[in-house]
Write a protein that binds this ligand. Sequence first.
Ligand code: EPZ
Length: 423
Amino acid sequence: MAKFVINGGKKLTGRVKVSGAKNSALKLMAASILATGKTVLENVPQIEDVQTMAQVLRTLGARVELDQEKGAVEIETGGIRSFEAPYQLVRKMRASILVAGPLLSRFGKVKVAVPGGCNIGSRQIDLHLKGFEVMGTESFLEHGYVHARIKNGIGKLSGALIDLDFPSRGATENIMMAACLAKGKTVINNAAKEPEIVDLANFLISMGADIEGAGRDCINIKGTGTLKGASYRVMADSIEAGTFITAGAIWGRDVTVEGALAHNMEIFLTKLKEIGIDIEVSKDKVRVSRGEGPFRSVHVSTLPYPGFPTDLQPIMAVLLATIPGISIITENVFENRFMYVDELNRMGANIKIDGHHAIIRGVESFSGAPVTACDLRAGAALVLAGLKAEGLTEVVDIFHIQRGYECFDEKLSKIGANIMKVD
Ligand code: EPZ
């Protein structure tokens, strides 16, 4: 199994470029199921999850060509004959369930493995299924699979008014895609508002969908007859950008993160300024240095967008672990997203968990140690800690990190990190 070996202590400096957003690209690939003809996506990150989504689409019968060098994906869905997202792929990547909305909308049926839990929480799909039901599907659970189809197996989905109990990103995306070819109008209330939702809506509109309100609480979709394949450029990844900006905040002297869209990460940048980090924001880049302080401890509460993103919670914890005083992180989105804390404490951090809160007492330095990545963002957080730690840090199970960060070690090396991938 591959691991990252990191020799900590060297300050970071230089320029690093942000790739396309994982949590948009995967949905745009699923959305191509809705269209006849060819879809071409650009700025797609070279990550494992994109390979997995390509496998899911090929399992359905679509033709998918990945040009990893150019970061382009070409998809033709005329050959779709199967409507099943198999367990081994859904288990590997939860986002596979996002083929359900498009398959129901275009073909009226889907069989998708229930994703089950992962290292950060239970990951339910009840809100997705409730939305589909209101739009005229019947579904049942059998042998770990959800079977859903249009009632009586004929006709199309019907537009409906859907009130989400929680602004779930996946449920908003699945229902928005399901509504595109439904009969009539769908309204999604309490919709998720992340920038990736807007990116998906813009892509669907470029295919001919009639959508307005994406990025706000209420999204209106008018069903259309058919959608045509389109070309589209994936937005920049704000979580990857936030990861590199935090690396600069922990241990950087003049790091520039190119492609970082500050308007998509306002509360995160505000928190860094509150702590006392040197930040310079321009249209599509962020310049960061740790600076001399004085530093202040803060309270961070994760919430759906525009609140502080839960995906940057483990990453922010590493920075707060180096800030004098007592900071608190409250995790409100997932029930189990502090698994990385024990690993971080092995490196000399001083963090106590109390329910949904992490109480973080700042320490002078970390000491390098062998640690295990337990999920994508936790793994990235441990790497950032290793960059500052004295001595050697080995991070194993880095397949988690490779799922969502393109060339993570190479990009960090470019800004001066002493990190090597060892197979
Ligand atoms: C997306 O997951 C992201 N994944 C996650 O990023 C991110 O952490 C999460 O949104 C929150 O921002 C992708 O986009 C592929 P949700 P998703 O539906 O869509 C509960 C990463 O690191 N819920 O907003 O699954 C659920 O259990 C990954 O890139 C229900 O109860 O998030 C969770 O507690 C990790 N019922 C909360 O809502 C449902 O039907 C947030 O889920 C759906 C969700």
